[in-house]
Write a protein that binds this ligand. Structure first.
Ligand SMILES: [Zn+2]
Ligand SMILES: [Zn+2]
Length: 342
């Protein structure tokens, strides 16, 4: 089968072709697994973290991609949930142990044996992939394959980060960074919390305009001071400046939720401008978001169908995966990037 493969850790600013087009053996579904013929796979910033070594795959080569929509091609021994031809989705959570104290209390995202799709197991930048059937989801009919793919990461993790805000309807919400996840959170939050005003911080004027179009009451630059203090802010950027700047915009007792698997170190010195009374005092909190659970994915897909969320997206062929990744690295973002197989 055709696959776009990561063979070595590399920096995308220097190497514009981080993935290699490769003929790869088609996987076979083992016990409890299904084989999926991939139709679409969305491109995520976390792929850059894998490629550039901030969250390196434990083994190379690896096929990245963790927002996969496809059709069941074959089922392995002991499976019962799906039939060949069924449409399914795969998200960032590829598997967890099911036995540890985190798994047992519904926090499988924190499992020490958490395996991520496209990092710890081959993902969807390929014609086929296998996944444990318990970690595959039925996709609501409303969505096309290309519309559904970005929902599986940006949407599901955005949903988790929104939940972690502990927001009450009518409280003010900020979003710093306005890529795929940010714009989905804006739509979700305005649906879930209709009395809540949403403020967006983004360095790119086009993103700010896009945010206002989607209903933000205010949109400013990353370091701007919002006209009001905000009860919660979600950071979806890969860097540090937005973290420091968001803290100054929080109300006393407000919470900053950092939705990033890793931060780049390009502007780490910005943290030295952290001023305790301005940024942290008055019981401000910082909470990170780690991974997703299956129930986050399921709840989010149901919510997205109820709201008829159709993510803005741009399509690329599998061969153009490198181009999509380079554009993502360079910040050329308007909605989500989706690879389509044929
Ligand atoms: Zn992702
Ligand atoms: Zn576990």
């Amino acid at each position: 089968m055709k696959a776009m493969v990561l063979n070595k850790i590399t920096q995308v600013t220097e190497n514009k072709r981080p993935l290699e087009k490769t003929e790869f053996p088609e996987p076979e579904p083992k016990n409890g697994q299904i084989l999926i013929k991939v139709s679409t796979c969305a491109v995520c910033h976390t792929e850059l973290d894998e490629i550039e070594g901030r969250t390196p795959p434990p083994k190379l080569p690896i096929i990245p991609g963790h927002q996969v929509v496809g059709y069941v091609e074959a089922t392995g021994p002991g499976t019962r949930n799906f039939q060949p031809g069924d449409r399914v989705g795969v998200a960032w959570i590829y598997s967890s142990c099911g036995r540890c104290r985190y798994c047992l209390r519904g926090e499988e995202n924190l499992c020490p044996d958490f395996k991520a799709t496209g990092r710890d197991a081959h993902g969807g930048y390929a014609e086929f992939m296998v996944v444990p059937e318990d970690f595959a989801y039925t996709i609501p009919e409303l969505f096309s394959d290309a519309e559904a793919a970005p929902l599986l990461c940006a949407g599901a993790i955005g949903y988790r980060s929104m939940r972690l805000c502990n927001l009450k309807d009518g409280q003010r919400l900020g979003l710093t960074g306005f890529g795929a996840s940010g714009h989905l959170v804006l739509k979700m939050a305005s649906y879930r919390y209709p009395k809540t005003d949403i403020y967006v911080f983004a360095r790119n004027p086009q993103e700010r305009e896009f945010a206002r179009k989607l209903g933000a009451v205010w949109a400013g630059d990353t370091a701007d001071e919002a006209p009001e203090k905000l009860d919660a802010i979600i950071d979806t950027t890969p860097v540090w400046k937005p973290v420091v700047e968001a803290l100054k915009n929080l109300t006393p007792g407000g919470r900053l939720v950092i939705n990033a698997i890793r931060k780049e170190d390009v502007d780490q010195e910005y943290l030295l401008s952290l001023d305790y009374p301005t940024h942290l005092w008055m019981e401000k909190e910082i909470k990170s978001v780690a991974n997703v659970t299956r129930s986050n994915v399921q709840e989010f897909l149901a919510l997205a169908a109820e709201m008829k969320i159709k993510p803005e997206h741009q399509e690329y062929s599998l061969d153009e995966a490198n181009q999509a990744l380079v554009e993502l690295k360079e910040g050329k973002i308007r909605g989500a990037k989706v690879l389509t197989m044929e």
